[in-house]
Ligand binder design. Structure first.
Ligand SMILES: O=c1ccn([C@@H]2O[C@H](COP(=O)(O)O)[C@@H](O)[C@H]2O)c(=O)[nH]1
Length: 272
């Protein structure tokens, strides 16, 4: 999907919500465990109940890899279900890949071609040749980790190198890479106070903002400095939505949680 189409979906649905499909087999309702594919059945119920209120889904690949072959099968069924039932939805493989170019090409093929995700998260640490293979696909994006939501972000990302924070160097240098128009960036909602300076470096690019909900990030803070005239935001929430209830109506309750966030987003969009 192009970023123009993504913006159109955001304005149509009055939502820039991404629902995180971080499916932990130990946290899903126990009655689902007797199904052939409990992870997929959980995802299907969550997607059917929340799709009206969001524009994107973000499966975190770790939760699927942790279940071996069955996890990969559940991931493939989930992305196929989204493509077939809700083709207007933007999809993010939160895989945080990046390696020497020859290897990155294989990661890019897996997520952006074979599985057909719209985007994949990529770590910038190995530099240009590790990221450019993810930028070669039309209407697909690589989402580069810029300033992450966790405490450890202060270990390296905010450290000064030659008088400038490392995350700012990542933003500036990545703009010089081939097909950099296909870049989006991860900025944690817990780091909203950095957004003003981040927007001075990348005024237009979409940001994927995780950390609202379980990690304590605030939607209004993110919007205040992160929103552009074309919105430019995908705000993700995972656990607060998908594990809102363990009862048999878990999906309905997840839908209600997603709707609360969507309503707040609709209010923020009125200020555009
Ligand atoms: O900086 C980052 C980058 C990625 N994540 C991922 O987003 C979700 C957040 O889940 P919640 O349950 O809403 O906290 C999860 O998949 C993380 O691995 C992040 O949190 N921060």
């Amino acid at each position: 999907m192009s970023t123009k189409e993504l913006t159109e979906q955001i304005l149509k649905k009055k939502s820039f919500l991404s629902v995180g499909l971080d499916v932990d087999i130990d946290r899903i309702p126990t009655y689902l465990l007797s199904e052939d594919d409990p992870i997929f059945e959980f995802n299907k119920a969550i997607i059917d109940a929340t799709h009206k209120f969001c524009v994107a889904y973000k499966p975190n690949i770790a939760f699927y890899e942790a279940n071996g072959v069955e996890g990969w099968q559940a991931l493939e069924k989930t992305i196929n279900y989204l493509h077939h039932e809700y083709p207007e939805i933007y999809t993010i493989a939160d895989a945080k890949r990046g390696d020497i170019g020859n290897t990155s090409r294989m990661y890019a093929k897996t997520f952006l071609k074979d599985l057909g995700f719209d985007s994949v998260t990529v770590a910038p640490y190995m530099g240009k040749d590790s990221v450019e293979p993810f930028l070669e696909f039309d209407n697909r994006q690589a989402i580069l980790l810029a300033l992450t939501s966790n405490e450890g972000a202060f270990d390296f990302q905010t450290q000064q190198i030659d008088g400038e924070e490392l995350y700012k160097k990542v933003l500036k240098t990545s703009k010089t890479w081939k097909n950099s128009e296909n870049l989006m960036y991860v900025v944690g909602a817990t780091k909203a106070e950095f957004l003003k300076e981040i927007r001075e470096i990348i005024p237009e690019n979409f940001l994927l903002v995780p950390g609202v909900g379980a990690q304590g990030g605030k939607l209004e803070d993110v919007c205040k400095y992160g929103m552009t005239k074309n919105v430019g935001l995908l705000v993700n929430s995972s656990r607060k939505i998908i594990y809102a209830s363990e009862s048999s109506n878990f999906a309905e309750i997840a839908g209600a949680k997603a709707e609360v966030l969507q309503q707040q987003m609709a209010d923020e969009l009125k200020q555009l």
